[in-house]
Design a protein around this ligand. Structure first.
Ligand SMILES: Nc1ncnc2c1ncn2[C@@H]1O[C@H](COP(=O)(O)OP(=O)(O)OP(=O)(O)O)[C@@H](O)[C@H]1O
Length: 683
């Protein structure tokens, strides 16, 4: 096999000593390819500018001439060297701190290039770097890349080594984009693009290089997710579920409500996937309270009635307990057994549960993400239902495959994502959407009040509780300190206890043990507690239909989607519900968020506004762990390129030539080496 830059070790580059090699490894640089793709995050501009165009405080490069005798002052072990200079027609002073040795080199009439910060008031430059043209030094006039460095690796060393790497191996950088794409966008060849990112001749050239490599990165990302979807569909190695319609219908009929049209539609999509021989990889997105859990239940029921087991992976123990209770009730009449596996199930109990799972005595297991790892074995796993936070990545799939399972996967998200964004970022999945909420729900009324109206808010609490309902009070979020969060919650709990001596007031926060939390949640479910003071631990999925009031303190500290999630804890039953945002926002964005919340209760609209306020990068940043880390591309700034790449890839994959023509061999090779395909042959 001929060697390529992704197999040649970086130590073959002249100048990489054994000691430096270790340091490069720490940066994730093992091969020549890794080094050449170690891109700078910005450039230092060494192009000379004229004094007439610079402002106070600018960092500049000036071409000047020494016209004065240097003056050296020493004070307390430090030194300051000043010298008069001229950059025609202006005179100014150049100052060096703690570099007294420069004095010898400053002879009158000598040309010098100074790099440093300009002080307009003193007509002075504080020099950070300098060069003498008569020594033929080379930074002047260039843009110098700035890399992320540390330890024994310095900026100048990495620049030198990358330069050396380009000289030795630059010609071996392979082209990967097909001709058609190169022509369509008039891209420069890959070799030149990579070289110019490290050593841009000028800004335009640098931008062109970046443009091409950003596109390539997003194109390859899209190629990976979309071809995964295409191949997955064609592969036919999933579990074929055989459950018949009558059995499913019996289960659906036993539920205490009729499915909405949207739920019925999604049910068909899920069952269709499950019955087919390919592996289901479906994202179910629906607004808060739209009834996603029952679809999870149908999928789990269908797999059990087809002779398999199901796993339901949820983000918190509170939620695992909640689902255990509700699913056990739904499944009980049909003889479907349910088990719980979370961090707090241990010792003998855990051992027994694992054994029961392996022997097939438990049909459905609910738990946190530890569920599908390490020592957990199933007799036959047919379906995994999970949530967006645990987006079922390549790693989990391969863990399961190694154990001999290839289950259907249903991923649920309560943060609706605008459709274009969903298919761009979740391109490997089929998307189902629950577009309506169950009938009979009264929209939640949302108020935004300032802190000085707290008295009125307290009255609202008593009004609801006196009518037999329950309320949540969410404490402000102090991001820097969980300890302060907890303290806040404890204080508020005491205050509310005093304000409402006749009600039972509960407290829930992240420092409590899972079993302590469970005791409180159970008491709230059964209305033994009327008011629950909590941090955001109730954010996801908690379902207490009798709760009709949600109060969020310092609501401007939360993001829009998170506020919507919290608000979604009420309005889940037949009674009118209210959400009160208590906030005195200081920023415009804070005010916009509050207004948006009072204007709409539609999660799709909220996420559209959230996206507009934050941009796709941040929108996904907090919620999405499944997003790849790009080296150059930025989800916000390069979003249009991502959409373009998505369309180009879709077109390419529709063309049969993609799977056969030599023009696309580099792309097929790329896919084959990706972990996602685990070496499956592309040809
Ligand atoms: N078709 C329906 N008709 C009436 N009630 C329903 C229907 N479907 C679900 N429900 C009820 O609506 C409530 C919310 O459903 P569920 O907990 O599944 O919401 P969800 O989509 O998971 O929301 P979240 O993301 O906020 O947890 C539950 O109490 C559930 O029993």
């Amino acid at each position: 096999m001929t060697s390529t830059i992704d197999t040649i070790e970086v130590k073959t580059i002249t100048g990489v000593s054994a000691q430096k090699l270790g340091e490069l490894h720490a940066f994730g640089v093992f091969t020549v390819k890794d080094l050449l793709e170690y891109y700078p995050f910005r450039y230092e501009d060494y192009r000379p500018r004229s004094l007439s165009e610079i402002k106070h405080g600018d960092k500049v490069t000036l071409e000047a001439k020494v016209i004065g005798i240097p003056v050296l002052q020493r004070f307390g072990g430090k030194s300051r060297l000043s010298c008069k200079m001229i950059a025609e027609p202006w005179m100014f002073t150049a100052t060096w701190f703690n570099r007294h040795y420069v004095r010898e080199q400053l002879t009158v009439g000598r040309e010098i290039v100074l790099i440093g910060k300009w002080d307009q008031k003193r007509t002075q430059i504080t020099v950070t770097d300098y060069e003498f043209p008569d020594r033929g030094e080379g930074k002047t006039g260039t843009l110098q890349p700035v890399y992320s460095v540390g330890g024994k690796i310095t900026q100048s060393w990495i620049r030198k080594i990358i330069n050396q790497g380009l000289q030795q191996f630059g010609d071996m950088i392979p082209e990967i984009l097909p001709h058609s794409i190169m022509r369509k966008y008039d891209f420069m060849p890959r070799k030149r693009a990579i070289a110019t990112i490290h050593q841009p001749v000028d800004t335009r050239e640098g931008q062109q290089g970046r443009r091409r490599m950003v596109y390539e990165e997003l194109f390859l990302f899209q190629l990976k997710v979309q071809s995964f979807r295409v191949l997955n569909r064609g592969r036919m190695d999933g579990v074929v579920h055989t459950v018949d319609n009558t059995t499913v219908r019996q289960f659906v009929r036993s539920l205490p409500f009729e499915l909405t049209d949207a739920q019925k539609h999604v049910e068909l999509e899920i069952l269709h996937d499950m019955r087919s021989p390919y592996c289901m990889n479906r994202l179910l997105q629906g607004d808060v309270g739209s009834g996603k859990t029952v679809l999870a239940a149908i999928a789990l029921f269908a797999t059990v009635k087809s002779g398999n087991q199901g796993a339901f992976m949820v983000p918190t123990e509170i939620l695992a307990e909640q689902h255990l209770r509700s699913l056990a009730k739904m499944f009980e009449p049909f003889g479907v057994t349910v088990g719980l596996l979370t961090g707090s199930v241990n010792g003998r109990k855990r051992k027994d549960l694992l054994a029961a799972l392996q022997m097939g005595m438990i049909d459905v297991v609910i738990g946190t993400h530890a569920l599908i790892q390490e020592d957990v074995f199933f007799r036959g796993l047919g379906v995994v239902v999970t949530d967006e936070q645990h987006r079922f990545g390549v790693n989990q799939r391969s863990v399961l495959r190694r154990k001999g399972y290839n289950p259907d996967v249903l991923t649920m998200t309560a943060t609706p994502i605008p459709r274009t964004l969903a298919i761009t970022v979740f391109g490997d999945m089929d998307v189902s959407t629950l577009s309506e909420r169950p009938k009979g729900r009264i929209p939640i009324t949302t108020y935004w009040v300032k802190h000085d109206l707290m008295e009125r808010v307290l009255k609202l609490i008593s009004r609801e509780i006196d009518q037999g309902r329950q309320a949540y009070l969410i404490c402000p979020l102090i991001e820097e300190s969980e300890k302060l969060d907890v303290q806040n919650a404890i204080d508020l709990h005491i205050q509310m206890g005093q304000a409402f001596p006749n009600y039972k007031v509960g407290l829930l926060h992240g420092r409590m043990t899972p079993s302590e939390k469970d005791v409180v949640m159970r008491a709230f479910y059964s209305n033994e507690l009327q008011l629950l003071i909590s941090t955001t631990v109730v954010e996801v999925g908690v379902d207490v239909p009798n709760a009709t009031l949600m109060i969020i303190m310092d609501a401007d500290r939360f993001g829009l989607s998170q506020l919507h999630q919290l608000r979604g804890r009420v309005g889940r039953g037949q009674n009118a519900s209210y959400c009160v945002l208590v906030a005195d926002p200081k920023s415009e964005i804070g005010r916009e968020r509050m207004t948006a919340m009072t204007e709409t209760d539609d999660g799709f609209e909220i996420s559209r506004r959230d996206l507009a306020l934050r941009g796709p990068g941040d929108f996904f940043g907090t919620k999405q762990s499944g997003l790849p880390e790009f080296r150059l591309a930025d989800m916000t700034a390069d979003f249009e390129v991502l959409e373009q790449a998505r369309d180009d890839v879709a077109e390419l994959l529709r063309d049969v030539a993609f799977w056969t023509s030599p023009d696309f061999a580099p792309l097929r090779n790329y896919l084959q080496n990706e972990q996602i395909f685990q070496g499956d042959l592309m040809d």
